[in-house]
Design a protein around this ligand. Structure first.
Ligand code: AMP
Ligand code: GLY
Length: 416
């Protein structure tokens, strides 16, 4: 079978890697892919948002399954466009992608169907929002409603921070015209729960935890994620089971009831609080960098499961998961998540078994490998315990990667 993977980050490298292990797969294309992906797939120079060109490519190359990585493609309705041409594609249609693309819509569905989440209200009027913030007090969370590449959320610890964020979002229209969801600030331990979903059928993957802040000890600005690990012993098994039934399954059922059945990967960004597990957010796609530490633990043929989902016949009831733990550390360009330079030369080691380097932002120039993004590489290891995996990542893999312009956090998976 022929597969097309859309996207060009570490998440897509991990997806291509997992799919390449399937005996059913003969050929993989990636659009646009990256230097690491090009070792497993043929990279084609089409942007993830150029839906028409992607449909044409898939049609002309008789692609059996397309897998969508980024939310931007989903928000444009790439799934609707492929299905209208009779092409199989793994991902939710535009209506179902609202679960990520419209925070207000997702919150309303959660409340209606009794899915636990932070109390909230939505505003478009600045004065009304300001009044609400003053009534509620700090800490308080402000979320710009719409896609803002992970940068649209401010957890304001003080009233001054909350006022400044509100001004940015509603008065200065920094993000464009839109509304703001203002919600109660929850405290607890966050984890990521990804499930394969097709309608009412939900197939869980192992949970993972990412590290969103740029620097050690959770300091510095929020990023796309600076590292991740799986499993997460901090979260008891009974809470994961509870979340599967009362959050992930209930949301899948709710979406069917709402007339926008979800098909693809439903990502729950969850928090274990003193009052149980609550939803921080849902995403309509694989998490990045969680996917990079979860997929290497999956022993089942992921391609077959994705094909079942895309065919709307998800019959697999359980995935085979390795007992090994996985720890991954992101190497990012100095300056990330603010401004940074690209084009620095990278030299990579030969890898031992159970060591992996996923490429997040790289490209080839002749024989050279160059940095080509904010997050550049993810060095990771599989081992019987999290401590051993962490040690292997930090002591064996990271020191063997040469580049002048990269930095990483030294405390990924320190507490688990
Ligand atoms: P989101 O993009 O919704 O995942 O938000 C980014 C990050 O902001 C989350 O991973 C949390 O760390 C934090 N956050 C979002 N909503 C809340 C909330 N209601 N209470 C506490 N922290 C939150
Ligand atoms: N790691 C969080 C996300 O993918 O949105």
């Amino acid at each position: 079978m022929k597969v097309l993977v859309i996207g060009g980050g570490g998440r897509e490298h991990a997806i291509v890697h997992a799919i390449s292990k399937s005996p059913k797969v003969d050929k993989i294309y990636a659009a646009p892919g990256n230097a690491g992906i090009s070792e497993l797939a043929e990279c084609i120079d089409i942007k993830d948002t150029n839906v028409d060109a992607l449909v044409t490519f898939a049609y002309e190359h008789k692609i059996d399954l397309t897998v969508v990585g980024p939310e931007a493609s989903l928000a444009l309705g790439i799934v609707d466009a492929f299905e209208a041409h009779g092409l199989k594609i793994f991902g939710p249609n535009k209506a179902a992608a609202q679960v990520e693309c419209s925070k207000d819509w997702a919150k309303a569905v959660m409340v209606k169907h009794g899915i636990p989440t932070a109390a909230y209200r939505t505003f478009t009027d600045y004065d009304e929002a300001l009044k609400y913030i003053h009534e509620q007090g700090a800490p308080i969370v402000l979320k710009y409603d719409g896609l803002a590449a992970g940068k649209g959320v401010v957890v304001a610890e003080t009233m001054a921070e909350a006022e400044a964020a509100l001004k940015d979002m509603l008065l200065d229209a920094e993000f464009g015209e839109g509304s703001v969801v203002i919600e109660q600030c929850l405290r607890g331990t966050e984890f990521s729960f990804m499930c394969m979903v097709d309608g009412n059928n939900v197939l869980p993957l192992p949970i993972a935890k990412d590290h969103k802040r740029a620097y050690d000890n959770d300091r510095g600005p929020n990023t796309g994620g600076m590292g991740a690990f799986s499993p997460v012993p901090l979260i008891p098994k009974k809470d994961v089971e509870w979340s599967l039934t009362n959050i992930m399954q209930r949301m899948a059922d709710a979406m069917v009831d709402e007339g926008c059945s979800f098909s693809g990967l439903l990502y729950g960004g969850l928090m274990l609080t003193a009052d149980g597990v609550k939803v921080i957010e849902f995403n309509a796609r694989f998490g990045d960098p969680e996917t990079e530490v979860v997929l290497p633990r999956v022993k089942s043929d992921l391609f077959s499961v994705m094909l079942e989902v895309a065919s709307h016949k998800l019959t697999t009831r359980e995935l085979q998961i390795s007992d090994d733990a996985c720890v991954g550390v992101v190497l990012a360009s100095k300056g990330y998540p603010k401004s940074y330079d690209k084009g620095f030369r990278v030299v990579l080691p030969c890898l031992k078994p159970n060591h992996i380097i996923y490429h997040m932002g790289t490209r080839h120039k002749g024989l050279d490998l160059l940095t080509n993004g904010g997050r550049v590489l993810m060095g990771e290891a599989l081992a019987p315990t999290l401590s051993e995996a962490r040690q292997a990542a930090y002591n064996d893999i990271l020191p063997s990667i040469y580049c002048d312009n990269l930095f990483y956090r030294s405390d990924i998976a320190k507490d688990f």
